[in-house]
Design a protein around this ligand. Structure first.
Ligand SMILES: NC(=O)c1ccc[n+]([C@@H]2O[C@H](COP(=O)([O-])OP(=O)(O)OC[C@H]3O[C@@H](n4cnc5c(N)ncnc54)[C@H](O)[C@@H]3O)[C@@H](O)[C@H]2O)c1
Length: 330
């Protein structure tokens, strides 16, 4: 039976794009981190990533005991997992590989520790299938990059205990992440499905010549995207209903919304033509800015947005605890 174990030591299995970002976050939150990855130069690449991410993590705010010195690296996975209170797995996204990796991690990790997977597309029911202690295995799927973007999707497999789900949710929340409980296993979990749903329509509108790529991006980020960073679509529709709120919205605007939904494009695959149109459109939109410059631009704005968002959330909580009828928005 899984106890409510205090988490001090975290093992990172796989230190590619996602594992390195998790490692940086956990160090910034004051944990001891032991990372493992068999690739040549993995340790050097990991340390380089953490050094680069540390500036942003300092802006977000370091926890007491945060230190890059608390990172250890070993290519011996058994050693990395021996004292782990929580394992964050970020290996290659291949089903057979993950089933074997989970069986090996399960054998090497203390029985009362959680093993969380970052997998974007595989289900925990499949990955835990060869484990002796599958009840402590759970999906903890981040949104890239995990050291900046708060969302984590928690999904149980058939054999995951409800206790593990509760513990994973409370652990991620305790370090400032925003965990959501995905209550059923679905392909791609949830956030990627939402992205796919919107992008399907964007591709359709570009294909139909309704929009070019730059205007399609503007339509998202200067309109709904700005609002979605502050409140979710359902709460926003509550405001869309005016003083009548969501009740009025559902009575008067759910009909038009359903009509638009019926007209949405049905994408089954990306045609070579639309792929080329998007590639050229993005090159045009990016202009002279390199990938590194665009990343810096994105991250600088994201950090500002996160700071505003967390200030707004504190104000909303204070307003709610004062018994105000309406929380203050960010
Ligand atoms: N890239 C994304 O945007 C993203 C977002 C969320 C979740 N994910 C998920 O995170 C996981 C990792 O994705 P990534 O993009 O970081 O991939 P990646 O290819 O950048 O990293 C995978 C790492 O695993 C290492 N590895 C291979 N065999 C290993 C082993 N036996 N033990 C330990 N490490 C091993 C590789 O050397 C590599 O460094 C995947 O499951 C993916 O679905 C990716």
């Amino acid at each position: 039976m899984l106890k409510n174990k205090q988490i001090r030591n975290i093992a990172i299995v796989g230190t590619g794009a996602i594992g390195a970002s998790w490692a940086a976050l956990y160090l910034a939150r004051g944990f001891n981190v032991t990372a493992t990855d068999p690739a040549t130069n993995a340790e050097a690449n990991l340390r380089k990533f953490i050094d680069a991410a540390w500036k942003d993590l300092t802006v977000i705010g370091l926890s007491p005991n945060a230190s890059r010195e608390h990172l250890q690296f070993t290519t011996d996975m058994k050693k990395a997992l021996a004292d782990a209170d929580l394992v964050q797995e970020n290996g290659p996204e291949r089903q057979d590989f993950k089933i074997k990796l989970f069986a090996d991690m399960d054998a090497a990790t203390p029985e009362d520790s959680i093993i969380a997977s970052s997998s974007s597309g595989l289900t925990m029911s499949v990955m835990q299938s060869a484990c002796r202690h599958p009840e402590r295995c759970v999906i903890g799927h981040p949104f890239n990059p995990p050291h900046v973007i708060p969302l984590v999707e928690i999904v149980a497999g058939e054999k995951t205990s409800p206790r593990t789900v509760e513990q994973a949710i409370s652990f991620y929340a305790s370090i400032g992440k925003k965990p959501i409980h995905v209550r059923k296993e679905v392909v791609g979990h949830v956030a990627n499905r939402l992205q796919a749903a919107l992008y399907r329509e964007i591709v359709y509108l570009i294909e139909q010549g309704v929009l070019d790529v730059t205007d399609a991006d503007a339509a998202v980020c200067w309109g709904p995207g700005l609002r979605w960073g502050v409140m979710g679509p359902s709460l926003l529709f509550h405001l869309g209903g005016g003083q009548g709120g969501i009740q009025h919205f559902m009575e008067h605007l759910s009909g038009p919304l359903a009509t638009w939904s019926k007209d949405l494009g049905k994408l089954t695959e990306f045609s070579p033509e639309v792929k080329q149109t998007i590639i050229e459109g993005v090159q045009n939109e990016a202009g002279d800015r390199s990938i590194d410059e665009l990343e810096r631009e994105r991250d600088a704005m994201l950090l500002e947005l996160l700071a505003t968002r967390s200030k707004g959330e504190k104000e909303a909580q204070a307003a709610m605890s004062r018994g105000a009828k309406q929380p203050v928005s960010a």
